[in-house]
Design a protein around this ligand. Structure first.
Ligand code: AP5
Ligand code: ZN
Length: 221
């Protein structure tokens, strides 16, 4: 299984990815998680990425494309992969197509923006694993602690309301055009592309985490 989870910041991509990656035994390739690791480690990539992330802007395409291409050479990608938060610009999607990176499904998770603001304000994460909780909608078993390791949960630096609004603007301007991009590709799939067009599935991302999980399962049948 090779798929892309597409959706606005806070749509629940990371939350659903936790289940999908276990179900299909594939790695979750979250460019956001990888960048946060790089920032924390103070690597050259992290140093370049930090101010873009803190201001809610996208990190430049060339850095992201190289990061993902390198990740795809690791042996755990042999059975497939789940892209979470990537691609999020047309040039990123085009670079994957040109590199012959195959995708079976693009699953768009659709959530109204006013609900997203509420979700982000209560989000807590376990930085080492990327596991995500919400203080009210998806609480950990023990308050403030990761369910698996018991380690402390933290709030993300870019979850301040003004930064969330900026990220939503960036999503509309730079990532939402991918919806048409994949639809057009599917409609003209015979025209000399190095890889087959993915199937496009749009699901509603409102309701319980479990209800959305069921929709994902249905969408991938
Ligand atoms: P990234 O980490 O990818 O953030 P994002 O796309 O903005 O998405 P989020 O992680 O915020 O949301 P999510 O959809 O995963 O939602 P979640 O499951 O956590 O990117 C961060 C930054 O890195 C970017 O701004 C950019 O600077 C940079 N970057 C990353 N990739 C890049 C790329 N490809 N190109 C350029 N720059 C890049 O859920 C959110 C909350 O809602 C949680 O609290 C969760 O518990 C809760 N929740 C989930 N489902 C439900 C539900 N059904 N009901 C109620 N609450 C729910
Ligand atoms: Zn995420």
């Amino acid at each position: 299984m090779r798929l892309i989870l597409l959706g606005a910041p806070g749509a629940g991509k990371g939350t659903q990815a936790t289940f999908i990656k276990e179900h299909y035994n594939i790695p979750q390739i979250s460019t956001g998680d990888m960048l946060r690791v790089a920032v924390k480690a103070g690597s050259p990539l992290g140093i370049k990425a930090k101010h873009f992330m803190d201001s809610g802007e996208l990190v430049p395409d060339d850095l992201i494309i190289n990061l993902v291409k390198e990740r795809l050479t690791e042996p755990d990608c042999i059975n497939g992969y789940l892209f979470d938060g990537f691609p999020r610009t047309i040039p990123q999607a085009e670079a994957m197509k040109q590199a012959g990176v195959a995708i079976d499904y693009v699953v768009e998770i659709d959530v109204p923006f006013d609900e997203i603001i509420v979700r982000m304000s209560g989000r807590r994460v376990h930085p080492a694993s990327g596991r995500t909780y919400h203080v009210k909608f998806n609480p950990p078993k023990v308050e403030g602690k990761d369910d698996v390791t018991g380690e402390p949960l933290v709030q993300r630096d870019d979850d301040k309301e003004e930064t969330v609004r900026k990220r939503l603007d960036v999503y509309v301007a730079q990532t939402r055009p991918l919806v048409d991009y994949y639809a057009d590709w599917a409609a003209h799939s015979a025209e000399g592309s190095p890889v087959k067009a993915p199937q496009y599935r749009k699901i509603s991302g409102t309701g319980s985490v479990e209800a959305i999980r069921q929709r994902v399962v249905e969408a991938l049948k």
